[in-house]
Design a protein around this ligand. Structure first.
Ligand SMILES: Cc1ncc(COP(=O)(O)O)c(C=O)c1O
Length: 281
């Protein structure tokens, strides 16, 4: 049964089962929109300004005007939060409902704005680590835009699930870029590496936080392209995202990563990350 929580749609708060969007919405017809996922710990939105900056970048990337100021976004999202729980906001903006289906942008159509809040359920693989497969990245050229057009990511993730794995690590021109719904880190020769920002990856907020924590705690780290052949010899591999946080990958393509257990750098980083979350409250 669908949970009937309160959600936000185009200026109104209403029960989820009453929130309806036209079939002519360009999000439905074309996947023409962007989204954000923002964690909230004890009612505090985590790195809210960074998420809004990324939202602004995504909107600019698809040439859609931001319908709200940052202050308005905070006012819209705050009533959805419940300080008793760890939650995440999902917010989506599409290019709205046009009179007819046409690829070109409609003129003067208000954006559709939707937001809802859900519980963060701690990810089961956090302590034990997860299995991953590698796949050729067959997505598009705008992976830096957090677009709702996620078919490529979905097909890659499902391929991983079909093979009993939690994530697919995507390889482009011989280099690992990111996961189907996560960024990737590797510990190689004692250095923490993650691919640099480019159109090939979503600039993850968790990724930035980890890099800051590493720099502030003398954990040697570089933003550097990682050849897939080097990743295969890594001492540690992690995948990171807002809702799952930092997940160790202990098996890649059916082979153990190092000794097949979460590594010491992951243990240290995970502790620092959990402590950091609490310093912000
Ligand atoms: C393709 C992709 N890369 C990276 C990430 C991680 O981004 P963040 O840490 O901001 O959640 C996500 C999050 O869902 C994602 O979908």
């Amino acid at each position: 049964m669908m949970e009937n929580k309160t959600v936000y749609l185009n200026g109104q708060y209403l029960p989820l089962n009453e929130a309806k969007v036209s079939v002519l919405d360009r999000g439905f017809l074309f996947g023409d929109g962007v989204y954000e996922v923002i964690p909230s710990y004890s009612g505090h939105l985590f790195h809210f300004q960074d998420h809004l900056q990324r939202l602004e970048n995504s909107l600019a990337g698809i040439r859609l005007e931001n319908p709200h100021s940052r202050e308005q976004w905070l006012d819209i999202l705050t009533p959805l939060l419940d300080a008793r729980f760890d939650q995440y906001i999902y917010l989506q903006i599409t290019r709205g409902v046009a009179a007819k289906r046409d690829h070109g942008f409609p003129g003067n159509t208000p954006a559709t704005v939707f937001a809802m809040c859900s519980a963060i359920v701690p990810f089961a693989g956090l302590a034990t680590g997860v299995k991953a497969i590698s796949l050729d990245d067959s997505r598009w050229q705008f992976c830096n835009v957090k677009a709702i057009t996620l078919l490529g990511n979905i097909l890659h993730r499902q391929e991983a699930i079909d093979q009993g794995c939690a994530e697919a690590l995507l390889v482009k021109d011989g280099y690992v870029v990111e996961g189907a719904a996560s960024n990737v880190f590797a510990v190689i020769d004692g250095v923490l590496l993650t691919p640099p920002k480019s159109n090939d990856i979503l600039p993850g907020i968790t990724r930035d936080v980890i890099l800051d924590i590493a720099r502030n705690n003398n954990i040697l780290c570089h933003e550097e392209s990682i050849p897939f052949t080097v990743l295969q010899t890594a001492d540690e591999i992690w995948v990171t995202s807002s809702t799952r946080e930092i997940i160790p990958v202990v098996e890649l393509d059916s082979k153990p990563v190092a000794d097949g257990k979460p590594g010491p750098v992951w243990h240290a980083m995970n502790q620092l990350f959990q402590a950091y979350k609490h310093t912000l409250l």
